[in-house]
Write a new protein. Structure first.
Length: 219
């Protein structure tokens, strides 16, 4: 397990998680692929089967996690924060603490989704709302975008600040752009990130290396 800490791993997160001991991760913070191009009926009922989706040329959207993935996430970790859990409702119990991401803030109403929400396993915390503008071309941040569903660094920093502590071990099993690794590096959290698509592994590793270099120069 120690070989994985502080790295963005290229692989299937299900197979990697099978190598991790029970409750060895303090927090899973992840944003799974939602199957944006699956048929509308499957999307409405939260089905996560390979047969429920339509073919797509979007590599990052070709995979939809099955129940096995969520079972492993819950086995290896003490707590979980999972965005897009509304697409996988059958894998989760009712939560006492949800996270709402307000993407619009005070901007005028435009034809984009105003919010996204995440399910959490926390029973000792209250639901939180974070405003981080990411509406069309209007964004709080000017960070480089390398993934179609990349979450803002600001949002991840706020979440880690409220739901973890220094030196906690954070797992992102659908790492994508590597935002979790960046945020953990800044917040002095340990991390394990796993990504299946080689393209995004390479891009996010470079992104992390650049971040680490900048932090070293600042010191």
């Amino acid at each position: 397990m120690t070989d994985y800490i502080g790295k963005i791993i290229h692989g299937d997160s299900l197979e990697v998680m099978k190598e991790l001991p029970d409750n060895s991760i303090d927090l899973v913070l992840t944003d799974p692929p939602y199957g944006i191009n699956i048929n509308s009926n499957a999307k409405a009922i939260g089905t996560s089967t390979e047969n429920s989706r339509k073919p797509t040329k979007l590599e990052w959207d070709r995979f939809i996690p099955t129940k096995q993935y969520f079972n492993e996430i819950k086995r290896v970790s003490k707590n979980q924060i999972i965005f897009g859990a509304n697409y996988y409702w059958e894998n989760f119990y009712s939560s006492q603490c949800y996270i709402v991401w307000d993407k619009r803030g005070n901007l005028p109403d435009v034809p984009f989704c105003d919010t996204e929400f995440a399910w959490t396993s926390f029973k000792d915390k209250i639901s939180k709302k974070y405003t981080c503008i990411n509406h069309g071309f209007v964004k709080d941040s000017r960070e480089e975008i390398i993934h179609p569903t990349q979450k803002p660094e600001k949002l991840w920093l706020l979440i880690l600040n409220d739901f973890s502590k220094e030196n906690d071990l954070i797992l992102d099993c659908f790492s994508g752009s590597g935002t979790t690794a960046i945020a953990c590096h800044r917040m002095k959290r340990r991390f394990i990130c796993i990504e299946k698509e080689e393209k995004y592994v390479e891009l996010s590793r470079k992104r992390l290396k650049d971040e680490q270099s900048q932090m070293t120069l600042q010191i």
